[in-house]
Design a protein. Structure first.
Length: 78
């Protein structure tokens, strides 16, 4: 069983953004991980889309701070 921080997003082990995109962008990785993945993940645009529509419906270029786009994606699908 893996240890999970109290505020850690429940899908860090599945989220392509966390696994791939942030690995390629170490400069912003620290900021995003601290603010969203290991913090306020319930306000992450990706998290909202994934919880509502599933992992496959979160575009790879949807960044955690793109809440308006997340709302648009969700509105289009439901
Ligand atoms: S980017 Fe968002 S959905 Fe992905 S692991 Fe971080 S908080 Fe969770």
């Amino acid at each position: 069983m893996s240890y999970r921080e109290e505020n850690e997003c429940e899908i860090t082990d599945k989220c392509p953004f966390f696994i791939d995109e942030l690995a390629e962008r170490p400069g912003i990785a620290v900021m995003y991980k601290k603010k969203y993945c290991n913090g306020n993940y319930v306000e992450c645009a990706r998290y909202l889309v994934i919880k509502e529509l599933g992992l496959e419906n979160a575009p790879s270029d949807l960044y955690p701070n793109m809440l308006r786009r997340a709302d648009e994606i969700i509105a289009e699908r439901i």
